[in-house]
Ligand binder design. Structure first.
Ligand code: GLU
Length: 474
């Protein structure tokens, strides 16, 4: 939301952070250069008929790293799309996948349009044409490159992509795995929509569970009762708020959106705020809340956790020194510039980097892709078996103790896992394990001063070992 500085390059900012972390490793320079570089950049222009006129649409797909295949990453629809941005986002996908042990290379797509200026029919035409361009250049496929939703796109666009792909690839048995984030009734998976926000919550909860880290920030351990400010109420921001509030007892004290920002010391009920926004068209003038002068002011509010969940380049050297939060959870990709990072680290703020904290989306995309390749819903084989086994156990306990459990208790104790239960537990496990491996690197490697550098080191070492296993580097 902050104005983009004139010479800001998102890709350069990622490279700067990469180089800072690479200096903490002993890997050969050539290997580091290979990891950093974007392997394939496809820039396209295609015409679409809008009304009686033709418009030439600018679009991209960047495959950052082919060390593992398929490559993976969302497609963004926004007027801010340009090659530099898509390259940066694709490279972040590579590190993200490595961190959470999702066996993909990184990619990203972008279409330079404002989706709000088109009808549904026109958006469908643009999406189908974009997909056709990807098919023509062999830039999409379940074993090649697998798109997903990102800023400005959702399950609807993914359904159009799948349908276009299937039209061209009639009979391809694994076609459904050519894109993830699809509607559940069209080969999608339960729990994908909220996955990024849920992952942000699990990551923050894990961070807050380390008593010594919290002590260093002057905070008590545990996420319950922590105050949070969220920038952006899109899919990621909204679900982060909702799940943090409902499952973590977090108090959302500030929210920023395109039209402005609000503050409410005793907490904002996120669903009430969404209803208010749907009714009035704005988050402003929400009952009991104070309107802030500018939307950017929300970033500078006093709180325990700040969650930028909008776009890149929000915390820059211009406002970094004014940030009062103790923890920053980068739900968006690249919200903190490399320059701002230095200032935040000096202030002792715990920045939990994007490539880790927002990896829930791609993690559940991986589960969806596996579901598509297996042609079967998770839980289908075990659910009933597990439930019957638990039932036998409960019966045995009842018989041997002479006591009986209530129906409610019986249902709870004998439940077999559904797809959504397995998705959530897989995501929770992934986020906890990844957090601790990054934290361990930060503690053991004396050169890594912050979580971003530690996350980069963790990702770089995994990718480097893949290259070595491939026999490309010694
Ligand atoms: N667009 C999301 C991201 O930036 C999800 C990518 C995916 O699921 O492939 O991580």
């Amino acid at each position: 939301m902050a104005k983009h500085q004139e010479h800001y390059s998102f890709f350069d900012s990622v490279v700067e952070s990469f180089d800072r972390a690479a200096a903490c490793t002993k890997l050969p320079k050539g290997l580091l250069e290979q990891i950093k570089a974007c392997n394939a950049v496809y820039q396209m222009r295609f015409p679409v008929k809008i009304g009686s006129d033709y418009q030439v649409i600018e679009a991209y797909r960047v495959q950052h790293s082919h060390h593992r295949l398929p490559t993976k990453g969302g497609i963004r629809y926004s007027m801010g799309v340009n090659q530099d941005e898509v390259m940066a986002l694709a490279s972040l996908m590579t590190y993200k996948c490595a961190l959470v042990d999702v066996p993909f290379g990184g990619a990203k797509g972008g279409v330079k349009i404002d989706p709000k200026s088109y009808t549904t029919k026109q958006l469908q035409m643009i999406t189908r044409r974009y997909t056709t361009e990807l098919i023509r250049k062999n830039f999409i496929g379940p074993g090649i490159d697998v798109p997903a939703p990102d800023y400005g796109t959702g399950s609807r666009e993914m359904a159009w992509i799948l349908d276009t792909y299937q039209t061209f690839k009639n009979g391809e048995i694994d076609a459904a795995g050519c894109v993830t984030g699809k509607p559940v009734n069209q080969n999608g998976i339960r729990g994908r929509t909220e996955a990024t926000g849920r992952g942000v919550f699990y990551g923050l909860r894990e961070a807050c569970s380390h008593a010594d880290d919290m002590k260093a920030l002057g905070l008590t351990p545990g996420i319950a009762g922590k105050t949070m400010v969220v920038q952006g109420l899109g899919n990621v921001g909204y679900h982060t708020c909702k799940i943090s509030q409902e499952e973590g007892d977090v108090k959302i004290v500030g929210v920023a959106e395109y039209e402005g920002a609000i503050y409410k010391e005793d907490g904002i009920d996120i669903d009430k705020l969404m209803k208010h926004r749907a009714k009035t068209g704005s988050i402003l003038n929400f009952e009991g809340a104070k309107n802030l002068k500018k939307r950017e002011d929300a970033l500078e509010l006093k709180c325990d956790i700040l969650v930028p969940a909008a776009l890149e380049n929000q915390i820059t050297k211009a406002n970094a020194s004014k940030i009062k939060a103790k923890i920053i959870g980068e739900a968006a990709n690249g919200p903190v510039t490399a320059e701002a990072d230095v200032i935040l680290n000096k202030k002792g703020i715990l920045t939990i980097p994007d490539m880790y904290i927002n990896a829930g989306g791609v993690t559940v995309s991986y589960f969806e892709w596996l579901k598509n390749l297996s042609h079967m819903r998770f839980g289908r084989m075990q659910k009933r078996f597990d439930s019957n086994s638990y039932m036998n156990l409960v019966n045995l306990v009842e018989r041997t103790t002479g006591k009986s459990v209530s129906n409610k208790e019986r249902n709870f104790l004998t439940k077999g896992a559904d797809e959504v239960d397995l998705v959530r537990s897989g995501l929770e496990e992934t986020m906890i394990v990844a957090y601790n491996s990054i934290r361990d690197i930060k503690r053991k490697n004396k050169k890594t001063q912050d979580m971003r550098s530690a996350a980069f080191v963790c990702a770089i070492e995994k990718i480097a070992s893949d290259y070595m296993n491939l026999g490309i580097f010694p």
